[in-house]
Design a protein around this ligand. Structure first.
Ligand code: UD1
Length: 418
């Protein structure tokens, strides 16, 4: 078993280049199968979720290889349309392959991704979009059988701007006759990233970043090269860490506009934040102060994925901060673990109130999910003594090496086999 040992109390200083985005690269990897050719995905992060996608691609008959920081995917000989249960379970967002397989093969069989650590995570919007494009979908015994001899363009109105459903709809629409219009599309930067990659493959996708996306389907797609954008949530995590611990950090490779709600909150908490072309600098003389209520919302609102890190940053703040989680039901599961370290966080349904405490103390804590796990590490950085963090498989889904990055900024943190 691997554990992180975090010794709190160090200031964080220095410069870091932020890894490629998990949520950016996953739909890009699914999109590679829309062509029969070679795609080069540069700045591809080393993450277990990427490995899970690679396992799916290989199962489908694609070849993959690492070439330095790039992942090369050759989809020429893809000959399967079914993903076994074991691979689907490794990563909830594997459902993103559904639209892409359907567009390529006309048929897809996937097991249901099921619930997840953040509460129920339905895929009804994904399925409704695919059905509207002409797919026949049968759900039986946890297995989804999807067929579409022909996919036909449609006007899709998403009842809520789901990121995954938007991505699935775009991927399937690339294989549909005619022009599909998606209304109330998610506006996350990862949608624009998917659009950029698809267009590099010869597709005609427009409007990503706005709430109306159009896809002119049935274009002949070819292999393409794409550079994955920096992970805005990883960047947000390290900004929150520096805000809480005090220090002076510069994160490079990032798009500051994508971080504006997070940097805005940290500035309100008393940090000095400066944004340059592709870098953000943060100076903090911790402790920071409480801020106005933080409400998570679809992009460009405050990201639900950054909520646990910001909450962790405020554990020793002066005053109380209210969080309202509007995206996922179960996003406070790590709060019980924080309590073991002396944190004062009260949860009632979607609302959590964080009251700053004088001191946190090291404890043994267990990750409950990806972002909650990172929040435990941030709490450890501020605690007196040593914090042991277990169940690191959650953190490793989204952070290449949280200990490498934080140690580079001066944190006392190490991973050990126990
Ligand atoms: C993506 C991100 C995740 C992020 C989330 C919100 C990836 C791999 N994951 O997840 O890190 O936290 O966006 O920014 O990119 N919903 C339905 N029916 C559906 C689909 C979604 O009711 O068919 C609901 C969900 O339960 C949730 C909300 O819509 O309440 C938003 O979910 P969605 O935007 O789809 O998130 P994901 O794509 O799963």
């Amino acid at each position: 078993m691997q554990e992180l040992f975090v010794e709190g109390g160090k200031r964080l200083c220095g410069e870091l280049t932020i890894q490629g985005s998990k949520n950016g690269v996953l739909p890009v990897l699914a999109a590679t199968i829309l062509c029969a050719g070679e795609c080069v995905v540069e700045n591809c992060p080393h993450l277990s979720d990427v490995e899970a996608s690679v396992a799916i691609l290989r199962h489908l008959g694609c070849c993959t290889r690492r070439d330095g920081g790039a992942l090369v995917v050759d989809t020429t000989h893809m000959d399967r349309g079914e993903v076994p249960d074991a691979l689907m379970r490794e990563m909830r967002s594997s459902v993103i392959f559904l639209g892409a397989i359907l567009a390529r093969q006309g048929e897809a069989t996937l097991s249901y991704p099921g619930g997840c650590e953040l509460g129920p995570r339905p895929i009804d919007l994904h399925l409704a979009a695919l059905r509207a494009l002409g797919a026949e979908i049968e759900e039986r015994g946890g297995v989804l059988r999807c067929k579409a001899k022909v996919l036909t363009a449609a006007e899709l109105v998403l009842p809520l701007p789901s990121v995954g459903a938007t991505e699935n709809a775009i991927l399937a629409a690339c294989g549909a006759e005619g022009t599909t219009v998606i209304y109330n599309a998610a506006r996350e930067p990862e949608i624009a990233e998917l659009q950029d990659f698809l267009n590099a493959m010869g597709a005609d996708v427009r409007g990503a970043g706005s709430s109306i996306v159009t896809v002119a389907g049935k274009r002949a797609l070819h292999g393409g090269t794409h550079r994955v954008i920096a992970d805005r949530i990883v960047a947000a995590t390290y900004l929150c860490a520096a805000a809480a611990c005090g220090g002076d950090v510069r994160l490079s490779g990032v798009e500051p506009r994508q971080l504006s709600t997070v940097t805005g909150a940290l500035a309100e908490a008393g940090c000095q934040v400066e944004s340059a072309d592709s870098a953000v600098t943060l100076r903090s003389a911790a402790p920071i102060r409480a801020i106005r209520p933080v409400r998570t919302a679809p992009y460009p609102g405050f990201p639900t994925d950054a909520q646990p890190a910001l909450m962790a940053a405020l554990l020793k703040s002066a005053g109380s901060t209210v969080f309202v989680e509007n995206i996922f039901e179960n996003r406070y599961r790590h709060v019980d673990e924080l309590a073991r370290m002396g944190a004062d966080v009260r949860v009632a349904g979607r609302v959590a109130v964080v009251s700053g405490v004088e001191a946190l103390h090291g404890a043994s804590v267990k990750c409950t999910d990806l972002r909650g796990g990172a929040a435990l590490v941030l709490a450890g950085l501020q605690a007196e003594g040593v914090t042991r963090v277990t169940r690191l498989e959650h953190i490793d889904r989204g952070y290449e090496s949280i200990e490498r990055d934080l140690a580079a900024l001066g944190a006392a943190i190490a991973r050990r086999e126990t």
